[in-house]
Design a protein around this ligand. Structure first.
Ligand SMILES: [Zn+2]
Length: 464
């Protein structure tokens, strides 16, 4: 073979090699982790693993080499010492109530409400208070790995704007209550506000607007039904506190001779996109009603324990197949928004209450705060697990602390030793909200200074 022919052949070979290499697809972001916990139906875990994201969606989850061979990413987060998992879903809170954190503790529910929370709310709830409180809550949620939260409060449009600016996903319910409150003098006014709010945010990519009748005992039948109707009219969630305390149960039995759940069934309140918070005082028949109606239930173990409300029958809900998620409730009764703590307490409380250490194992607690929460909100097709086609809501959690060493089982560590401040990166809708503990969408120092300044007014309002 002549030297010339050899060169031509070599050149051809090189060309063939290039042609055989498939073109790598350009995408926006790759997150590489020591372990990727997908929370998909098979509970697939990759060690190591990588998540490929383009725009706001997950396009692939695979081994890091496989992802590198298929995609060229604009940005890569190298989290090789972290666990990567779906962002946590808080199915019940009142974000601006972070402003009442630690204002009064260790009191019976009615004394706590009547002496501190209601007076503080009457004098301090305003659009400004709600904005400042929501920013503070959003900062805490981003820092502790929550990517979606469900809210019910007043001036919900302000909460929605602050949530969108922070980059979080929210299912946000405008509260409807029978007595005059900061943003509505009557429930009719509240319903009109709720309808305007729903219309204003109906097509938002991050915000799911909702209507939130506060509870059975704070609304009459006509108001409850008007809320349910509004939810149906716009196909949006209806959020309610349900059977939180024994007093609520006793009240319903006295007034209607029915449990709260059965009464709401009897008036035709329940619909498929209803989210019921607490569900502590329910019997087997109530659980079957909730299952039949497809109601999502939010379990709030920390709030229930702190206010001594009782113990929700979590193992019964799970056995019945009721869509169940976890919530922190407002920070005034918790006193933080850390979903890792909620997971741990959900597991411990179930074991303690049933005298069964196998109740709510670590995997179940993790499911409740991810895919379970998504199901409870009716959003399991878009969030709750790391799978191609779903929205890119994910977090990475550092596993290098002394208390996380050694690491035998990542799921065990997430539930039994991790704290919110172990979260290193938070991504929602493909956007990096926190990178290496630096929150990008909020100015942390200003958020905290604004809240501290507002706290002076809150303190004055309750004479503390
Ligand atoms: Zn609540």
């Amino acid at each position: 073979m002549s030297a010339m022919r050899a060169r031509i052949l070599l050149g051809l070979l090189a060309l063939t090699t290039i042609a055989a290499q498939p073109a790598r697809r350009n995408i926006s972001l790759v997150v590489v982790g020591r372990t990727v916990i997908t929370e998909n139906a098979q509970h697939r875990i990759l060690t190591p693993g990588a998540v490929a994201i383009d725009g706001n969606a997950i396009v692939d989850v695979d081994a890091p080499e496989a992802i590198a061979s298929k995609y060229r990413a604009n940005t890569t987060i190298d989290a090789r010492s972290d666990i990567v998992l779906p962002g946590l879903i808080n199915t019940h809170t009142h974000a601006p109530m972070v402003m009442y954190r630690g204002l009064a503790d260790d009191l019976a529910l009615m004394e706590w409400l009547n002496r501190y929370i209601f007076p503080a709310e009457a004098k301090t709830v305003s659009p400004e208070m709600v904005r400042i409180g929501t920013r503070l809550a959003a900062l805490e949620m981003i820092e502790s790995g929550t990517t979606t939260y469900t809210d019910m409060y007043y001036f919900e449009e302000e909460i929605a704007k602050a949530t969108r600016e922070a980059g979080l996903r929210g299912v946000l319910g405008e509260t409807i209550i029978q007595f005059p409150v900061a943003d509505a003098k009557t429930p009719q006014e509240g319903l009109a506000r709720a309808e305007a709010f729903i219309k204003g945010f109906k097509d938002d990519s991050l915000i799911t607007p909702a209507v939130a009748p506060h509870a059975l005992y704070t609304n009459d039948k006509a108001t409850l039904l008007a809320c349910a109707e509004l939810g149906r009219k716009y196909s949006v969630p209806v959020i309610i506190h349900l059977a939180e305390t024994e007093d609520e149960l006793k009240g319903a039995l006295e007034r209607f001779n029915l449990t709260p759940t059965a009464y709401l069934e009897s008036i035709g309140f329940w619909g498929p996109r209803t989210i019921a918070a607490h569900g502590v005082w329910v019997n087997d028949e109530d659980i079957s009603i909730l299952k039949r109606r497809g109601v999502g239930v939010s379990h709030n173990p920390e709030s229930n324990m702190k206010l001594a409300s009782g113990t929700a029958p979590v193992t019964k809900y799970l056995a019945a197949g009721v869509p169940l998620g976890l919530g922190t409730d407002g920070a005034a009764s918790n006193n933080d928004l850390d979903m890792f703590e909620a997971m741990r307490q959900a597991s411990f409380l179930a074991k303690h209450a049933t005298h069964d250490p196998t109740a709510v194992p670590a995997q179940t607690a993790l499911d409740l705060s991810t895919i379970g929460g998504a199901r409870a909100l009716g959003m399991e097709r878009t969030i709750g697990s790391l799978e191609a086609g779903k929205r890119a809501d994910l977090i990475t959690v550092s596993m290098s602390a002394a208390r996380q060493t050694p690491l035998y089982d990542p799921v065990s560590h997430l539930v039994y030793v991790t704290r919110g401040d172990d979260v290193r990166n938070t991504i929602v809708d493909g956007k990096i909200l926190m990178r290496d503990r630096q929150v990008k969408t909020l100015e942390a120092a200003k958020v905290i200074a604004d809240a501290d300044a507002l706290a002076v007014k809150v303190r004055a309002a309750v004479g503390k």
